[in-house]
Design a protein around this ligand. Structure first.
Ligand code: 5CU
Length: 376
């Protein structure tokens, strides 16, 4: 079946609203925004892997500028709409980019989360029907503040879930103290968009890492972080404890679709787990969880990865994304087409056939159904 002009929804698209940028400008440790004499635009420095470049640039004005340029794409709503129009994206589900409020002191986190979430809500209201959002949780705050934040988000008209990193309350997502949070999110019908930030320890990249730009932490560190976080949740039984929990995993689940079979094999060959009765016949496998509680974005840039994601979760659980404003074109105009977007759209067309019902679902209708984007 072919369809003309199907609705395109981008569920993986970030912003740093102006008040968040101000916080980053006031900081001296990462994440931070800072000007350097060697670069025309302020630089946004986020990742631990960028610390070496940051130190060199502070000490040597001729060293390459660290991080990435803080262009208008990161904070401007007009720019987001321009990007959507340029790429024929009808609806975007915007979210704060990493590292969210992970670094904010407990005493301020609740208030900052409220004002950031209100700002996202206002942006969506300015483009009614075109914008929805994933809210941000004040994870460093006490439980009651966190639960209040979930109630606040549940009442916001355009909010459809929360973006969450992998550190949780500081001990990862298999921390039992997170169960009440997961329960509250599930009860409020708020989907978690799980997104990496911390990658793997810098040592893993070796002494020559500086020669390889951002490739290793972004291409490999980010997806492994997501994979490890979800595997830990699975092994801790979180998905069984909170059966209504729903998660969209960034970057097509990291490497989870590819490694699920190996995780399964390691489970039923593990003497400790077998002795403890954790490998019983009624156990829901990683494959079951992938098909029942997990959705995957389609931000994997190739047909091969996308097919693995479809095989693991089903084409009715995949949702298109762009990762805007990250991965801008390097040699062409940022106001025009972005190759990072066309690669993901092309991967969908190649994996399931251009114009097919599955392509239409992945490009938009899955997101409309799963995230209730027709409810305005
Ligand atoms: O380029 C990057 O560092 C990033 C990032 O930090 N977050 C993200 O979502 N994509 C790319």
């Amino acid at each position: 079946m072919t369809t003309s002009n199907p609705t395109v929804v981008d569920i993986h698209t970030h912003m740093y609203p102006p008040q968040y940028i101000k916080i980053l400008e006031s900081r001296t440790t990462i994440p931070l925004v800072r000007k350097f004499p060697q670069a025309p635009e302020p630089r946004l420095i986020l990742l631990e892997a960028e610390l070496g470049d940051l130190e060199k640039a502070i000490n040597d004005p001729s060293a390459k500028p660290p991080g990435r340029p803080l262009t208008s794409h990161f904070a401007s709503l007009d720019q987001k709409i321009h990007f959507m129009d340029t790429h024929r994206i009808n609806i975007s589900v915007i979210s704060l980019a990493n590292p969210w409020l992970d670094f904010v002191h407990a005493s301020h986190a609740g208030d900052i989360a409220k004002s950031v979430n209100d700002e996202f809500s206002d942006m969506c209201g300015k483009h009614h029907g075109r914008l929805f959002f994933f809210g941000t949780l004040p994870l460093t705050a006490p439980l009651e503040t966190l639960l209040a934040s979930i109630s606040h988000l549940a009442a916001l008209k355009y909010c459809r879930g929360v973006i969450l990193g992998t550190s949780g309350l500081g001990k990862g997502l298999d921390d039992p103290h997170l169960i009440p949070i997961f329960e509250a999110l599930a009860a409020a019908n708020l989907t978690i968009f799980l997104h990496p930030h911390y990658g793997l320890p810098n040592d893993v990249w070796g002494p020559r890492a500086g020669e390889y730009g951002h490739v290793l932490p972004l291409a490999l560190g980010f997806p492994m972080e997501t994979t490890i976080a979800v595997a830990r949740m699975y092994l801790a039984g979180v998905f069984d404890q909170v059966r209504d929990l729903r998660m969209v995993l960034a970057h097509s689940g990291g490497t989870l679709p590819f490694l699920a079979g190996r995780i399964e094999s390691c489970i039923f060959h593990d003497g400790q787990l077998v002795r403890e009765g954790k490998v019983g016949e009624n156990r829901r496998t990683v494959w079951d969880v992938l098909k029942e509680q997990v959705y995957l974005d389609a931000v994997i840039y190739s047909e091969v990865g996308l097919k693995a994601a479809i095989d693991a979760s089903g084409s009715d659980r995949l949702m298109f994304g762009t990762d805007h404003p990250f991965f801008p074109p390097i040699t062409t105009d940022e106001q025009g087409q972005w190759e990072s977007v066309s690669l993901n759209a092309q991967a969908v067309a190649e994996a399931v056939g251009e114009g097919s019902a599955e392509a239409k679902a992945i490009m938009g209708s899955n997101a409309i159904r799963v995230l209730r984007l027709e409810e305005k």
